[in-house]
Design a protein around this ligand. Structure first.
Ligand code: ADP
Ligand code: MG
Length: 214
């Protein structure tokens, strides 16, 4: 806490941990929560009720770290279930909330709460996920973590969805459905093959006539 009088009692802030699946977002969230608990700060952990892959209530990492959490049905449910004494709020899988989560996060930080958010920055197509762009913009601290590409072992920033008939953005699953991939081994879903070819020619021009037509 800083020395300025305005910071003495209300040092709220917003931290975001983002990256693809299997990158250690939940591990990092649990690490920060455990440290806060060691410091005897009152922490509440929330997760969207939609994410029941491992456990109805606990937040569980792919490496089997586990911590008790409160499932919430929407963003406002966090305020309803918040205790006055809570100094730190941790929210896992925050990409599943709608945009009202931004207001809630800002409100908590204004009240002096340290808000730790973890979520997927991109969906399986490589597009931004739900409220993440705005959340990243309004946050004080961003930690972008990488997984390991299942194809080549390089750092992975993308989540690849194994071939499936379902093209919905939200399809809750695990290693059965998803893999971490680097940019090279990530499929360009939905991108027109001709456009991709034109782009490849443009960035590696064989002759000077090649034009970028995107
Ligand atoms: P996230 O919340 O980002 O999905 P977790 O914190 O739940 O990630 O899990 C991270 C753990 O997942 C790693 O410590 C490792 O044990 C395991 N893991 C499984 N597959 C991979 C992978 N492809 N790259 C990195 N870690 C992986
Ligand atoms: Mg996770």
């Amino acid at each position: 806490m800083g020395n300025h009088p305005s910071q003495q009692f209300f040092a709220g802030n917003v931290e975001v941990i983002c990256g693809p699946m299997f990158s250690g977002k939940t591990e990092e969230l649990i690490r920060r929560v455990r440290r806060a608990q060691i410091a005897r700060q009152k922490v509440q952990i929330f997760k969207p009720a939609i994410d029941n892959r491992y456990h109805e209530t606990n937040v569980v990492s792919h490496s089997s770290l586990e911590i008790a959490a409160t499932p919430v049905i929407d963003a406002i449910d966090i305020l309803k279930k918040l205790y006055d004494s809570t100094r730190i709020v941790a929210i896992d899988e925050i990409q599943f909330f709608d945009h009202s989560i931004i207001k809630i996060v800002k409100k908590l930080a204004r009240r002096g709460v340290r808000v730790i958010c973890a979520g997927l920055d991109q969906d399986y197509r490589g597009s931004s996920f739900g409220p993440m762009p705005e959340l990243l913009a309004i946050s004080d601290d961003v930690c972008k973590v990488q997984a390991i590409c299942t194809v080549c072992g390089a750092g992975a920033t993308k989540t690849y969805r194994k071939p499936s008939d379902n093209t919905e953005q939200v399809l809750v699953g695990e290693a059965d459905l998803y893999e971490a991939r680097c940019r090279t081994h990530f499929d360009y879903y939905g991108e027109d093959e001709d456009e991709l070819l034109a782009f490849t020619v443009a960035v590696n021009p064989v002759d000077n006539q090649a034009e970028l037509k995107l």
